[in-house]
Write a protein that binds this ligand. Structure first.
Ligand SMILES: Nc1nc2c(ncn2[C@@H]2O[C@H](COP(=O)(O)OP(=O)(O)OP(=O)(O)O)[C@@H](O)[C@H]2O)c(=O)[nH]1
Ligand SMILES: [Mg+2]
Length: 245
């Protein structure tokens, strides 16, 4: 992933002490809101969750999530981007960061904040200053040649979800080919096939999220351990150099 983000002007903030921020991006209508709803339903009893949605002119995605009662209303915030959706997740992330921080201020310790991007083209990736990890959602009806065509989202997202597999026979999409093409450009990063219509709890994506959280906790633990070690080392060094009475 490194090469993709080397020029990212926004550096990732440390995950320690705050919620992990998970971006969900992808083309219009691929199932980003359906996946957000699925993750909320599956994970809400085990994690402290909140959601930020991005729409260009409306708050439709947030309204949908509230109507579906996937989380209490005050855990769902809407950002109206008023411009290209990718600008709000990549270039000027301030409105999204404000929304994330307001949720954290209101709810105290959260484990996971999902940020759903507005539907956009294949090149839109989240700034690492906004999202610690990101999922890119394609759907099989958008064309089975999309993974082959690549694009940053397909190639570099931490997890690629290929959704609406239930529609594959109807639209004549070749799932095996989509999987092979995605694997070719993704350098070992994972791909999940989902049908949120047939399996609305998205168990494979929820399992991936749990694994990511475990990994983030382990990293934070190691970092904290390293800091304690460094401090002890500094104290010992300054004692060694202190003049003796
Ligand atoms: N058949 C089928 N339909 C699905 C599936 N997942 C989502 N949908 C439908 O696809 C439509 C778009 O889903 P959304 O979740 O709103 O897509 P989105 O990516 O959030 O769309 P935007 O936010 O507008 O870009 C809705 O009518 C969903 O019910 C699926 O796995 N199979
Ligand atoms: Mg949506």
């Amino acid at each position: 992933m490194g090469a993709v983000h080397d020029h990212d002007p926004h550096r990732a903030a440390p995950a320690r002490g705050r919620a992990l921020r998970l971006g969900i991006g992808g083309p219009v209508g691929s199932g980003k809101t359906a996946l957000t709803a699925a993750l909320c339903r599956t994970l809400r009893d085990e994690l402290e969750l909140a959601v930020v949605t991005n729409d260009i002119y409306t708050t439709e995605d947030a309204d949908f999530l509230r109507r579906e009662a996937v989380l209490p209303d005050d855990r769902i915030a809407a950002v109206r981007t008023g411009a290209c959706p990718h600008t709000a997740i990549r270039d000027d992330i301030s409105a999204n960061l404000d929304a994330v921080e307001a949720l954290e201020a209101r709810h105290g310790r959260l484990d996971l904040i999902i940020v759903e991007s507005g539907g956009d083209n294949l090149t839109a990736l989240f700034s690492r200053g906004l999202a610690d990890r990101q999922i890119f959602v394609l759907d099989v009806a958008g064309g089975d040649d999309v993974p082959r065509k690549g694009g940053l989202g397909v190639a570099a997202a931490d997890l690629l979800v290929i959704n609406k597999t239930d529609l594959a026979p109807l639209v004549g999409s070749d799932l095996d080919m989509m999987g092979r093409d995605a694997a070719r450009v993704r350098d070992g990063r994972p791909v999940a096939f989902t049908s949120l219509r047939e399996r609305p709890s998205a168990p494979e994506v929820a399992a991936w999220v749990r694994a990511v959280l475990r990994e983030a906790h382990e990293e934070a633990h190691e970092e904290a351990h390293q800091e304690v070690h460094d401090e002890a080392h500094r104290d010992a060094a300054s004692r060694a150099h202190a003049p003796t009475a």
